[in-house]
Write a protein that binds this ligand. Sequence first.
Ligand code: S3P
Length: 167
Amino acid sequence: MKIFLVGFMGCGKSTKAKQLANLLACPVIDIDAVIVEQQQMSIADYFAANGEAAFRQLENEMLKSFDYPDTCVVATGGGLPCYFDNMEWMNQNGITVYLEMTPPQLVSRLHNREKRPLLKGMDDEQLLTFIIGKLEERNVFYHQAKLIINAFDLDPKELLEEIEAIG
Ligand code: S3P
């Protein structure tokens, strides 16, 4: 079973991926972390040096070329499902899970905005407006996930049970 976690920045994909991988005793793959290691630079530096379009291309290639073990949990970047045919590809290759949160919940969790190039310098009000707008664009992709679950205060064991029920 390959589990792909998708959702907006700050919804807890990386943390939940680690917790699920712990429960399943399987590897966790964080696509952004793989990119950082391969490129030897942070995502913010990569954006600054090469631009967003190059980043989208790179995450697309990384998603599709990674040599996944049979059982693993994959944390994806917030934008990854919304470019190319990435969502479709993930649906063909594993179980996709959308960790949904409301815009105010996301704002309350997004403290480290400087690390995220799309959020640099935003105050809470600007961030809330940005998230509402982006979710309107992105929900069409996120909603193609096999499982959609409210991720605020979500217990990892409950999440795993939900995944196993559909997997
Ligand atoms: C992005 C989300 C980030 C990272 C990049 C772009 C996005 O990942 O891939 O900064 O477009 O939503 P996280 O969702 O892990 O923060």
